[in-house]
Design a protein around this ligand. Structure first.
Ligand code: NAD
Length: 521
């Protein structure tokens, strides 16, 4: 960890330049596992953001001209760098997030896979499309669709997965031919700075990827300058991002919060369900947008499930494990989030809920909250309604699957969820849950299948990442309509004469009318 725990002061700038951080715009990055300041950065001003966007914009045309294969060649070098520097990247991320090693190390592996995924499929997803004219009236035209990238994609990302949720969108955007500027969370900018520096200095990537640093003000400036905004964060900030983008009519894709339900049916493998619930709720200290936040269990298996879940959660080892893979649950990354977790748990406990394990913040050093299982909860409590985003899960007993589905859908969110039960039965129930992705007899794993879309329904977002959606959204379709015949004029051009209009009407009826009566009109 030595490489990232100094108190060196550097400028954020484009993630590479060194200058002292100054005055009000300086902000500190801390290690949440120890509370120590790791580095102090200075926030980028709107002018600086404008300069960075202008610079990468000036290189974008050349990047686009490389074509899918040429762009992948550069991204493949980034993949190799991520694999070769796995421990360096994991060290930095662990120190700025307080994650355990296993949670931190998942990120470079995911990104390497994503680079290969989009590299091998970009031609299929965003290559030129040939389209057949749909009727005889346009048969004389050759139709093509070309997908051209938004020149500069701005990415604004959160602190819970600092690389997966920034580079995870930058990779398809770059593969599509866009230039990318990322504004990472002010809590966790260091891992990304390291990758951007490597892209420039070690990988030799073209100057089409950069990052800017700061809080909401810097994010707002990026919205003003970019041509497309990919935002991941809370629904509260998502609304502000969309409102700001409306001023310049900039399109947005929003990946927001969740309150993901798990349903345990009476024919479930209860042990598997309980182990999955423990992992799905506590992994990354519950700071995953798709964490299992609330569980509905059918009455006949409720007691067994709760006992097994409590047992599993009680056995989790909490703390900071450096590079040793010796702990299961890490720190809370943002102090603001710990306050929300405390508020939800105390609201539930004061309204009659019971904590079977956990229920309190852990004494320092570091910012830890005990893995917590709550029972006797209901939908009047914040912990079952609002996003908790911490190592806390509420479990409710339900009469039958109808009640489970009704409660699962009783939410303003709709990101993902899971159903445990007999295979066919669980799938039938899963299809009724209102969300962007659902796992049957598993949790969270939809995110690891990049060929299926991932995004939120309701207030969990607008747009999707992964699969075809995840790259096409960074492009604008350009329809190319080519005339096959080059006579002096087309029948629908000037001059308008009664005979030609009549002829056109006949031709249109011939093609469109269904039934003789209308054909003769
Ligand atoms: P946040 O909304 O507080 O911040 C996200 C980013 O927006 C940060 O970089 C922040 O600096 C920036 N920002 C803040 N105000 C801004 C403004 N006015 N204009 C532009 N940018 C602004 O979110 P967070 O606390 O960093 O992350 C946690 C949230 O992210 C949770 O709600 C979680 O569910 C959500 N999340 C969603 C997904 C998903 O894929 N749907 C994934 C991970 C996290």
């Amino acid at each position: 960890m030595e490489s990232t725990t100094s108190t060196e002061t550097v400028s954020a700038g484009n993630g590479a330049s060194a200058a002292p951080a100054t005055g009000e715009q300086a902000f500190e990055v801390r290690n949440p596992a120890t509370g120590e300041t790791i580095r102090t950065l200075s926030a980028d001003s709107p002018e600086r953001v404008r300069e960075v966007v202008a610079r990468v914009r000036s290189n974008q045309a050349e990047w686009e001209a490389l074509g899918n294969k040429g762009r992948h060649r550069h991204l493949a070098r980034l993949r190799d760098w991520l694999i070769d520097n796995y421990d360096l990247v994991a060290d930095t991320m662990q120190s700025e997030t307080g994650k355990v090693r296993a949670d931190a190390a998942a990120e470079p592996a995911f990104l390497a896979d994503l680079i290969n995924f989009y590299g091998s499929r970009a031609g299929k997803y965003i290559g030129d499309e040939k389209v057949r004219p749909h009727s005889a009236l346009t048969a004389g035209k050759k139709l093509r669709i070309q997908y051209r990238p938004y020149p500069v994609v701005g990415i604004i990302s959160p602190w819970n997965f600092p690389l997966m949720l920034s580079l995870g969108d930058a990779i398809p955007a770059l593969q599509a031919g866009a230039a990318v500027v990322i504004k990472p969370s002010e809590f966790t900018p260091l891992g990304l700075i390291e990758v951007v520096e490597a892209w420039k200095n070690e990988i030799g990537g073209p100057d089409v990827l950069d990052c800017v640093q700061g809080t909401g003000e810097t994010g707002g400036a990026l919205i003003d300058e970019a041509d497309f905004i990919q935002f991941t964060g809370s629904d509260r900030t998502g609304r502000k991002v969309m409102a700001r983008a409306a001023e310049t009519l900039t399109p947005v894709s929003l990946e927001l919060g969740g309150k993901d339900p798990m349903i345990v049916l009476r024919d479930a493998n209860v042990e598997r369900a309980a182990n999955a619930a423990a992992w799905g709720a506590m992994a990354n200290s519950g700071q995953i947008c798709m964490s299992v936040e609330r569980i509905y269990v059918e009455e006949p298996v409720y007691d067994e499930f709760v006992a097994k879940l409590t047992d599993e959660v009680q056995g989790l080892r909490q703390g900071f494990d450096g590079s040793e893979y010796e702990k299961d649950v890490g720190a809370m990354t943002s102090p603001n989030q710990t306050a929300i977790v405390e508020e939800h748990v105390s609201d539930a406990l004061s309204s009659g809920a019971r904590a079977l394990t956990g229920g309190s913040r852990v004494d320092g050093p570091g910012d830890y909250y005990e893995p917590t299982v709550l029972v006797d909860v209901d939908h009047s409590m914040k912990v079952m309604r609002d996003e908790t985003f911490g190592p806390v899960v509420g479990v409710m007993k339900v009469r039958d699957e109808e009640e489970a589905v009704r409660l699962a859908n009783d939410t303003r969110y709709g990101l993902s969820g899971s159903v445990f039960g007999g295979k066919r039965h669980a799938e039938q129930v899963a299809r009724r849950v209102e969300c962007g992705a659902i796992n049957v007899n598993d949790v969270l794993t939809n995110y690891l299948s990049p060929n299926v879309p991932m995004g939120g329904w309701k207030e969990s977002g607008i747009g999707f990442r992964h699969g075809e959606y995840g790259i096409k959204k960074f492009c604008r379709p350009e329809s190319i309509v080519i005339s096959r015949f080059a006579g002096k004029r087309e029948p629908y051009w000037y001059p308008y004469t009664p005979q030609r209009r009549k002829l056109l009407r006949r031709a249109s009826n011939l093609v469109n009318a269904r039934g003789l009566r209308r054909f003769r009109r």
